[in-house]
Design a protein around this ligand. Sequence first.
Ligand SMILES: Cc1ncc(COP(=O)(O)O)c(C=O)c1O
Length: 412
Amino acid sequence: MPKSYSLVDFAKKRFRLAGKAYLEDGDPFFAPTDSLRQQAAAQGGHFVSFANYDYLGLSTHPQVKTAAATALETFGVGALASRLVGGERSTHQLFEKALAQFIGAEDALTLVSGYLTNVTTISHVMGSHDGLFIDELSHNSILSGAKSASGQTIVFRHNDLDHLDALLHEKRSGFRNVLIVAEGLYSMDGDIADLPRLIEIKKRHGAWLLIDEAHSIGVLGTEGRGLCEYFGVNPCDVDLIIGTLSKTLASCGGFVAGRGPVIEWLRYTLPGFVYSVGLSPVITAAAQTALHLMQQETWRIERLRWNADFFIELAHEAGLDTGPAIGRGVVPILFNDSHETLAASRHLMQKGYYVPPIIQIGVPKDQPRLRFFLSATHTEADIRGVIKLLARQAGESRATSHAQAAAPETLG
Ligand SMILES: Cc1ncc(COP(=O)(O)O)c(C=O)c1O
């Protein structure tokens, strides 16, 4: 009989394995950002966050706040039941129509979380004779969807479409339906999939394609319509577009968009929609207003692009490693090890820049990083300031390692 544990001992053991020791010199996570911001203002300093994916800076827009407050007064807080059986507010479908139109899909359905949208959609669509082909750097919600799906999951190397093509050649005939899943803008690396090629591959192999646009709506394309606009392809060539309301759309929730009959089927059968409460009317109103503003105040998209270009340009000038990032909303700075990453994060925090370390949790152990979310609200000074600190620190650690390498000779 294998050894069993109390849940408390099990949790302690698991947390130790997950890297609890990294927290011993101070926990860089769960920073109390509101009080840090207040403290900084009271002391005449600054607090700049690169940790939030409010890409267009709409979460505090007066019109977004007013829309939420008005919906709160009119409808109350919650949706109070699953929309299928509890009924819906007029705003639900209006928002979904606006969202679908913006993306270029025939219809869309909103759910209470972006994470849930991936899990429930992937597992619902896949049957036991089906094959799911996912990128190795897929977001955890896609991996969870794959785990819950009854078909077989096959992983292709990150953004390596030759590998995907070869795997499909080898395995396609063994499956009934095949779903390929990729992301619009990868949230840890800031790189993108070659969508035209993905579409060509999926058509040739008779597969379906799901693109998770969580980080690309509002970020990619001149009008922020995502990966399809970026590459100038017809969104109807993508079978399922998944996204979230928690990033550019400044609130919380997820959506799935696609052809009319597909979304109609999901509206009556998707477990994460049917057996879960509808989107709060407050959130719906906030997200709808953010969607509207994004189309009105297009300077925000332009500004985000400028900021991201500027960030990556300065980072490269400073010799910092930004990995494969294309220089849009997400740019990582890669470090040699987790301790160096933690030290850099703590140093930045002391100087008023919040950039939490991404170590072990979320990325492979050997690729620790500081992950920067750029926003249209960052100023040139914010970007110069943070890169200058990082460059200085990188210079110091290079000097230390050279000195260490040289030490035996000088001492000898
Ligand atoms: C690619 C991707 N998909 C889905 C999600 C889940 O979205 P949400 O946080 O809105 O639940 C995230 C979260 O950051 C993500 O990065």
